[in-house]
Ligand binder design. Sequence first.
Ligand SMILES: [Zn+2]
Length: 181
Amino acid sequence: MHCPKCAIDLNDDVPRCPQCGFTIDDLDPVLGPPPERAGLVTDLAGVLTEAGRERLTGRLREFAERTGDEFLVVTRETTEPRLPSEYVFWLFDRWRVGGEGHTGLLVLLAMKERRIEVEVGFALEHFVTDAAACEILQGHAVPFLKKGAFDDGLFHSVNVLALVVEDGRRQEQEAEKEGKA
Ligand SMILES: [Zn+2]
């Protein structure tokens, strides 16, 4: 995300702005305690059908098995009083998505703001940058979300993001094998 004070680009590796000293802790007083995680999909806004949640959870579980990385989805009625892009950055940190190594992704759907956002852990950014991930959401989530098809919008965009990272991990493993041979 961008620093809310000076707009410099912040990385989840260093949740403190090198320019103005803003830290992610500054968001705690306004955002309060983070919501409780409900497994891989935390549907706080209640927009997914039971079948949709199961299909999405299954894909996220598959991703974890293939890569060893963590991919979570959260929906919220609103992220007020902050922007969805700030909220997802903050929640990624507070939930420690991907653990110490930041090998994780978090997709956020904010209903009132009509925004879908993604935070990609810095350890996965060489597979998919935040910018590339946002483009995937634009192409594979937004057309469905506009029609109110939340199950499909989340599933298809998450699936494409997962495929990109899975492919990157596979190539990495192959390169490692070749290096050893
Ligand atoms: Zn700053």
